[in-house]
Write a protein that binds this ligand. Structure first.
Ligand SMILES: [Zn+2]
Length: 60
């Protein structure tokens, strides 16, 4: 299980998502797009989760 906090990315935003990697990546991507108007590559989000956690396998 992993988590991502929007304020880790420098936003003044209390959004947090946690759970399975795939879910977190998708939910955070969706949040960024809808709330902040930024469309990150899911790969970028996945990589930052990997950096935080290390022992995670991302879906190919
Ligand atoms: Zn946010």
């Amino acid at each position: 299980m992993v988590d991502l906090r929007c304020n880790d990315y420098g936003f003044e935003c209390s959004y947090v998502t946690e759970g399975a990697v795939e879910k977190v990546v998708f939910e955070y991507w969706d949040h960024m797009k809808k709330e902040h108007g930024i469309e990150y590559a899911t790969e970028t989000i996945g990589n930052s989760i990997k950096r935080k956690t290390r022992q995670i396998k991302l879906p190919a």
